[in-house]
Ligand binder design. Structure first.
Ligand SMILES: NC(=O)c1ccc[n+]([C@@H]2O[C@H](COP(=O)([O-])OP(=O)(O)OC[C@H]3O[C@@H](n4cnc5c(N)ncnc54)[C@H](O)[C@@H]3O)[C@@H](O)[C@H]2O)c1
Ligand SMILES: N[C@@H](CCC(=O)N[C@@H](CSCO)C(=O)NCC(=O)O)C(=O)O
Ligand SMILES: [Zn+2]
Ligand SMILES: [Zn+2]
Length: 400
């Protein structure tokens, strides 16, 4: 009798396992219908649409995005700053979410993992990934991508037509599909509606100070642009022990908040009738040790370089200028010992570093919550863009 019961139980168990695996297979091939923010054309308001998201193919992961920040790069891309972007498109690259399903061959992720999509990958295999000097994995041609996955097709459709990916992340969608090397797993205890900001702006500015410039204790720094990127640069300068951190912005409303991030004084270029580099040279008895351009304007890039001190000053370009713009200065500024450099994503090797930055946030070693000035719904996305353009927000987080 007990034997019969055991056999019966085993049969039931096998049947259940068969049903479960069928269900999983069935689940994996499903197209998901969800809400997303579609940019149909450059310079037009964004549109919240019902879209279809295809299942992940080999090496891909489908992620349920829980929250996404809005970066100034999204504003610029929407305005058509980059001719390589293919419309209609889903922007967004500062998201956090939960893995919904994985494609064949994916080994590092499983359904339920908490993740942050990355616009710079880390494959761990290429020449760049093996070189400690850079975070620019060669598996990507450019961070903005070509709008399609490896097989040349997009995973999004809307009203019967393909909608393209951007920056390999497309986080302005309830569900997105990313390649495995553009994703990292993070601590499940971390609040996704906060740590989404570790997908771009905060690591970028913080890393500009710590990795690109390698700011030293006791040094003097100036930061142009007190948005999230510039404030994070100030936070990095402070962490490195800089004693003087000058915030430079044409919007004086940014000054109060910037004190919290380490700025010790402020300069508004509009208050002077001479070039800001002359003002800063005089204020600092010959120039700053480190300067950071976090605006994306070629004139402020020049001003930041020319405000550095002779002999050893380092100026880091962080802001992204409109595609095709060029920088200029007198070569003598470089001959006289100044270094002009730039950084993408603050130099962080993405897959290994972002989870560590999440831990730093959880241990209260870096600020994140303080950057969030607005929390909005997906249907308020145009409001988030307006707030940024008007200089009224630092970071808006859109919750799905
Ligand atoms: N290199 C990277 O990897 C990377 C990553 C993220 C963002 N970015 C770029 O960094 C820049 C800043 O992004 P954000 O999200 O912090 O933007 P933001 O709009 O929040 O901040 C920009 C700030 O610059 C100020 N500003 C504008 N013109 C100025 C001028 N002439 N002088 C001084 N200040 C001026 C604005 O008042 C604002 O406070 C953008 O260009 C963005 O595309 C680069
Ligand atoms: N395509 C533009 C350059 C765009 C650019 O520099 N993007 C930044 C990320 S901005 C995030 O907010 C970046 O990381 N670039 C590195 C890369 O693209 O490999 C142009 O042509 O000017
Ligand atoms: Zn960004
Ligand atoms: Zn690589």
């Amino acid at each position: 009798m007990p034997q019969r019961t055991n056999g019966h139980f085993l049969l039931l168990l096998l049947q259940f396992q068969h049903f479960q695996s069928q269900f999983l297979i069935y689940e994996r091939v499903q197209i998901i219908t969800c809400q997303a923010v579609v940019a149909w054309k450059p310079n037009e308001p964004l549109s919240v649409e019902t879209i279809e998201v295809a299942p992940p193919k080999t090496g891909e992961v489908r992620v349920k995005i829980v929250a996404t920040g809005v970066c100034h790069t999204d504003v610029n891309l929407t305005a058509g700053y980059d001719p390589d972007v293919v419309f209609p498109v889903i922007f967004g690259h500062e998201g956090a979410g939960i893995v919904e399903s994985v494609g064949d061959g994916v080994t590092k992720f499983k359904s339920g993992d908490h993740v942050i999509p990355l616009y710079i990958p880390q494959c761990f295999e290429c020449r760049a990934c093996k070189n400690p000097k850079t975070n620019l994995c060669t598996k990507t041609g450019s961070s903005h991508g070509k709008g399609v996955m490896q097989d040349g097709t997009a995973r999004f459709t809307c009203k019967g037509q393909p909608v393209y990916h951007c920056m390999h992340t497309s986080t302005f969608s309830e569900y997105t599909v990313v390649e495995e090397i553009y994703l990292c797993k993070i601590d499940e205890a971390a609040p996704l509606e906060k740590v989404c900001l570790l997908g771009c702006g905060i690591p970028t500015g913080y890393g500009a100070a710590l990795n690109a410039a390698q700011v030293e204790k006791g040094s003097s720094c100036a930061v142009w642009g007190l948005g999230a990127v510039g404030l994070a640069a100030a936070m990095g300068c402070k962490a490195a022990g800089a004693t003087r951190i000058i915030g430079v912005d044409i919007n004086p409303e940014k000054f109060k908040l910037a004190e919290k991030f380490g700025c010790t004084e402020f300069v508004n270029p509009n208050d002077y009738d001479k070039p800001i580099q002359q003002v800063l040279m005089a204020k600092t008895q010959g120039g700053l040790d480190y300067t950071f351009e976090c605006v994306g304007n070629v004139l402020t890039m020049r001003a930041a370089l020319e405000s550095c001190c002779r002999g050893w000053g380092v100026s880091v370009i962080v802001g992204v200028a409109e595609s095709g713009r060029e920088i200029s200065t007198r070569p003598f500024y470089l001959i006289a010992g100044r270094t002009w450099k730039g950084t993408a994503f603050g130099g962080w090797k993405s897959v290994e570093s972002v989870p560590k930055l999440v831990s730093k946030y959880m241990n209260k070693e870096i600020m994140v919550d303080e950057f969030i000035t607005h929390t909005l719904r997906i249907d308020e996305i145009n409001e988030a863009f307006k707030l940024m353009k008007e200089g009224k927000s630092i970071r808006s987080v859109v919750i799905f």
